[in-house]
Design a protein. Structure first.
Length: 74
């Protein structure tokens, strides 16, 4: 009888632990999905910022060229 009670307790402890692991896996899967989505958004945002920076650099270089041209006029 004691062995059967011990086995029942062990099985319940194992079942509890398995349930906890399943819950942890579900939580980590959800978190991983959210992080991948966030990473994708950040990659897109970075690309947009790089593009805007290049456009600004181009406009500034153009303005500098025009200012230099104005300096050389008589």
């Amino acid at each position: 009888m004691t062995d059967q009670n011990n086995e029942t307790v062990d099985l319940k402890a194992l079942e509890t632990r398995v349930d906890e692991l399943i819950s942890t896996v579900d939580k980590l899967t959800s978190e991983n999905t959210a992080l991948r989505s966030q990473q994708g958004n950040l990659v897109n945002e970075r690309a947009e910022l790089i593009e805007k920076t290049e456009q600004a650099r181009s406009r500034i270089e153009s303005m500098i060229s025009r200012l230099r041209a104005m300096e050389t006029r008589p």
